[in-house]
Write a protein that binds this ligand. Structure first.
Ligand SMILES: Cc1cc2nc3c(=O)[nH]c(=O)nc-3n(C[C@H](O)[C@H](O)[C@H](O)COP(=O)(O)OP(=O)(O)OC[C@H]3O[C@@H](n4cnc5c(N)ncnc54)[C@H](O)[C@@H]3O)c2cc1C
Length: 340
């Protein structure tokens, strides 16, 4: 009960904050770190830009990579971006923090940025604390709201309390929870471009290779609908039941850590405190008990549906609609009914 009650209080607090107008900090001079891959801007960067725009003041976007040109053009068209800094160097190809953090520090020192913003993604989480340490300031992570230029709202204790923090540091190094802000769109006007200052590239680390899980389904982090399976799925093959349902309604598929640890699905599908944070319009939890660490990743979803054969499973305390039923009966039935 505790988790659902506190989260509701937190949501109410957030709604109140959202209605309040943000301090229009004409003095804010923000650097937005742009995440990109294969020529596409990372989704969370668009949310971080909306957050940066709420601060007021100006926003400069930094695009670093071995071929940043096309991304820099795209970024320049986004609402609220007044300037684009680009850093073209093979050392920036895979966003290694050892190379990118000094670049952020050099850009800050040249342009006197008051704020540095990035999405709270694996990449943002990797680079930003290192950049904060180089600038000798405390990083502020995973913000869900902005009260003013120096005051931010962030969840703690796996989302069971909401902390409002004030930073007295001269430079605010902040990562932004993507699901808490709308994605910024293109406004059409291209911003001016300029080369970023040169910085140390200590090359302490080397990028070897990566393995990417490819799927035709929507991206888990930004999907409007998510269907997740837990230990109750019993094995990886049974996830096909969820894929069938997901494909019918254009949903992404997620999983609990138990399902990932048991090898049912890839780690990239994990939802929760140590996985992805999602807040889709519809979240369907199938065979998931609703551990506090799982709820941390999905309890801000608009509508939560739970299918579980245990009526006492904690997931039912946060579910808007719950079905106490064997999932192997309920899921195929649901898929069939939706197909009609
Ligand atoms: C530091 C830390 C970080 C963690 N981070 C995460 C995280 O990011 N994400 C995460 O998910 N977990 C995380 N966990 C793990 C978490 O505590 C739980 O262990 C995990 O979420 C449980 O997964 P589950 O609900 O799938 O499994 P279980 O808790 O075992 O629940 C399985 C559920 O399936 C139901 N079930 C079984 N068979 C059927 C059936 N045939 N039909 C219908 N229902 C059925 C059962 O009734 C049960 O409720 C973390 C734990 C720690 C300590």
């Amino acid at each position: 009960m505790l988790a659902s009650t506190t989260s509701r209080i937190a949501l109410q607090a957030r709604a109140t904050l959202a209605q309040r107008f943000y301090a229009t900090g004409a003095g804010a001079n923000t650097l937005l770190y742009v995440e990109h891959k294969d020529g596409a801007i990372g989704g969370a960067t668009l949310n971080a830009l909306t957050a940066a725009n709420k601060l007021g003041g100006s926003v400069t976007a930094l695009v670093a990579g071995d071929a940043p040109e096309s991304v820099a053009k795209e970024v320049g068209k986004l609402t609220g971006v007044s300037k684009v800094l680009f850093a073209k160097d093979a050392a920036y190809a895979n966003a290694l923090p050892e190379n990118v953090a000094p670049l952020l520090a050099a850009a800050q020192s040249q342009f006197g940025f008051t704020h540095l913003f990035a999405g709270h993604t694996a990449i943002g989480k990797n680079i930003f604390p290192r950049a904060a340490a180089l600038m000798d300031v405390a990083a502020v992570s995973d913000i869900v709201d902005i009260v003013g230029e120096d005051t931010f709202v962030r969840p703690i204790y796996a989302g069971n309390a909401i902390a409002t923090v004030k930073s007295n540091d001269k430079i605010k190094v902040v990562t932004v929870r993507g699901t808490a802000f709308e994605a910024a769109a293109a406004s059409g006007d291209a911003a001016s471009e300029e080369a970023a200052p040169s910085a140390d590239k200590p090359a302490l680390t080397q990028w070897i290779s990566e393995e990417i899980q490819k799927s035709d389904r929507p991206d888990l982090g930004t999907a409007k609908r998510v269907i997740s399976g837990g230990r109750g799925m019993k094995n990886g093959e049974n996830f096909s039941l969820l894929y069938d349902l997901a494909d019918k309604i254009g949903a992404a598929v997620g999983a609990s850590r138990a399902a990932v640890d048991a090898g049912f699905v890839d780690n990239s599908l994990q939802v929760g405190q140590t996985g992805k944070i999602v807040a889709p319009e519809l979240y369907v939890a199938v065979g998931i008990s609703g551990a506090i660490q799982h709820l941390a990743g999905m309890k801000d979803s608009k509508t939560i549906v739970a299918i579980n054969k245990d009526a006492d499973a904690p997931i039912f305390q946060v579910a808007d609609y719950g079905l106490v039923e064997d999932l192997f009966k309920a899921v195929p039935e649901l898929t069939e009914k939706i197909s009609k």
